[in-house]
Structure formats: C-alpha cells, structure tokens
Design a protein around this ligand. Structure first.
Ligand code: GAR
Length: 216
C-alpha cells in the first residue's frame, strides 16, 4: 500500500480545565467532525464538579481530578500530574480555562507541547491573578478600546510564553465585564480549535521564541 504523505496522524491531546469547559467543547466538536485529526485521551481538572468534567464523562472521555489540596506537599501534586500526562502518552496538552499554574518541571518536560488560551491581548492584562472575569474587569477599567483572546505556548511564568495567535474584539464604553467576556469567548471558540488543528498538522513553527504558521 502506498502511504499518502499528506495524511495526518492522529495526535493525542490532554485537556486541563477548571470551569465550564466551553473551549474544550469547541475543540472536541471539531474532532468529532473530523476537522481536527486528534483524540482527547484525558481531561484533568482541579474541580470535580465543573462543566468540563461533566461534559467529558457524558462523552466517554477519561477524567482525573488533581487538586493540590489532596496532597501533603507539592511533590505529591507534581507527581500525580506528571504521571497522568506521561501515562496518556500525550502529544499536546491544552489548557482550556485551567486556573492553576502548571509546575515548572512539567513545562520543562513538555516544552512547546503545552498551550493556553488567555482572554486578553497578551502581553497586556496577563500574569498572576489575571484570569477569567478579573481580566475583563481590568481591561474595562484601563479604558482599552480593544481586547481579544491570545493563544500561547506555556512557559514557567504566567501568560509569558510565545504567542501563537490573537484575535481582536472591540471594547464598548458601556460594556460590563460579562458583556466583554461573551464577545471574547465567541472568538476563543474559533481561534483555539484553529490553533489545535494547526499544531496537530505540524504547521506551527517556533524559532527564538517567535512562532510562525505554515498555511494549509
Ligand atoms: C476562558 O475565557 C479562558 O480564556 C479563560 O477562562 C475561560 C474559560 O472558559 N482562561 C483564563 O483566564 C486562563 N488564564 P471555558 O471553561 O468556558 O473554556
């Protein structure tokens, strides 16, 4: 049989999520529709009752709850997280609304294999404490006219890894943080699956901390 050289291999994805999991669902639906050639092999969460875990269970995807409070020290926590990812033989780790810092030992082991989505235009409005609705509040308070999601590789610092993609949305004078969050989330659900697809097709290159895309 002749091998089709353009054929895409199926990548193994681990999702980390703490909340509703709408980004996870957006990625999963593109996999279900065969637009992304990948399999979600595990969902990791710190929150057993979050929407992401419920969705995974309803869709027959393996889940694991790893919460630092469940371990006597940071080494136990690190070990649990690291061994779950190793056992999954993941090609890519996708943080989809995961509100905890990934231990640096794991970031090192999975350099350029962990991505995150942040709901503002990094490098502005990122860093410790700036997650979820806090980000949208900070954007509105600053008077910024534009916001939008950023997808980036994860390094050892909050929201500092190489930027892969961004989208711009307007911030209107009478926006509440919830209004802005909704507008940004619509773009998140487009951009994150696009990035995951491109990575699964080996179309994102990184050199000297700068990324570039190879067109389809
Ligand atoms: C998303 O807006 C995502 O950008 C944000 O949390 C939300 C999760 O929504 N992530 C962060 O703030 C990480 N710093 P979801 O659970 O519905 O995907």
């Amino acid at each position: 049989m002749t091998e089709n050289l353009t054929q895409k291999s199926t990548k193994r994805i681990v999702i980390f999520a703490s909340g509703g999991g709408s980004n996870f669902r957006a990625i999963h639906s593109k996999i279900e529709d065969s637009i992304i050639s990948a399999e979600i092999v595990l969902v990791v969460s710190n929150n057993p009752t979050c929407g992401a875990i419920e969705y995974a269970k309803n869709n027959g995807i393996s889940t694991i709850i790893i919460n630092s409070k469940g371990y006597p020290d940071k080494f136990g926590y690190l070990d649990a997280m690291r061994s779950s990812i190793r056992a999954s033989t993941a090609d890519l780790v996708v943080l989809a609304g995961f509100m905890k810092l990934i231990p640096k030992e794991i970031v090192k082991e999975y350099t350029n294999k962990i991505i995150n989505i942040h709901p503002a235009l990094l490098p502005a409005f990122g860093g410790k404490g700036l997650f979820g609705m806090n980000v949208h509040k900070a954007v509105i308070e600053s008077g910024a006219k534009y916001s939008g999601p950023t997808v980036h590789f994860v390094n050892e610092e909050y929201d500092k890894g190489s930027i892969i993609a961004q989208r711009i949305v307007s911030v209107f004078p009478d926006d509440s943080p919830e209004d802005l969050a909704k507008r940004v989330l619509i773009e998140e659900h487009k951009i994150y699956p696009e990035v995951v697809k491109a990575i699964c097709e080996n179309r994102i290159k990184i050199s000297k901390n700068k990324t570039s895309w190879i067109e389809e």
